[in-house]
Write a protein that binds this ligand. Structure first.
Ligand SMILES: [Zn+2]
Length: 78
């Protein structure tokens, strides 16, 4: 006999784009982004020869869908 799989696949799976959870701030939906663009404008950039692409980097983040809330939870480098 095979074990019946639970209907709900829950928690702690590897996070993928489009995963959602509840926003702790406004209780709307947070959406997971594995490559959320972070602007680094304002940070002192040293000249390294090529400056292109240095003003933006990507991190894993939860981002609130509620535009008025603008909550985001950065998880670190992608
Ligand atoms: Zn929110």
């Amino acid at each position: 006999m095979s074990n019946p799989a639970p209907a709900t696949v829950s928690s702690q799976r590897a996070l993928t784009d489009g995963a959602t959870k509840r926003c702790p701030q406004c209780h709307a939906t947070l959406e997971f982004r594995s490559h959320y663009p972070i602007l680094t404008v304002g940070v002192m950039l040293e000249r390294t020869g090529s400056e292109t692409g240095d003003r933006m980097r990507y991190e894993r983040a939860w981002v609130c869908r509620n535009g008025r809330c603008d909550y985001r939870e950065l998880l670190g480098d992608a």
